[in-house]
Write a protein that binds this ligand. Structure first.
Ligand SMILES: [Zn+2]
Length: 80
């Protein structure tokens, strides 16, 4: 996990606001569902049901020209 470069405060109902640049990068819109994952380092928030455009892998996704893509497909694309 790498730092996203944003600090968020939790309000009294336990809510946080995901900063707009992050929502844009991960194509998170109003009423979208996110899934929470936990490990020893903390909490990971992922768009629920988001899969790689090419291989349907749901791990390690980034945004490539507005589409989710996994790190191995991204590597394959960029090595051409
Ligand atoms: Zn992929």
């Amino acid at each position: 996990m790498k730092p996203a470069g944003f600090l968020c405060k939790i309000d009294k109902l336990g809510r946080i606001v995901i900063p707009k640049p992050i929502r844009k990068t991960y194509n998170l819109n109003e009423d979208d569902t996110v899934e929470l994952f936990t490990d020893n380092d903390g909490i990971i928030i992922k768009r629920y049901g988001m899969k790689c455009t090419f291989c349907e892998n749901s791990d390690d996704l980034t945004n490539f020209k507005g589409k989710p893509i996994c790190s191995s497909c991204l590597k394959a694309l960029s090595s051409k």
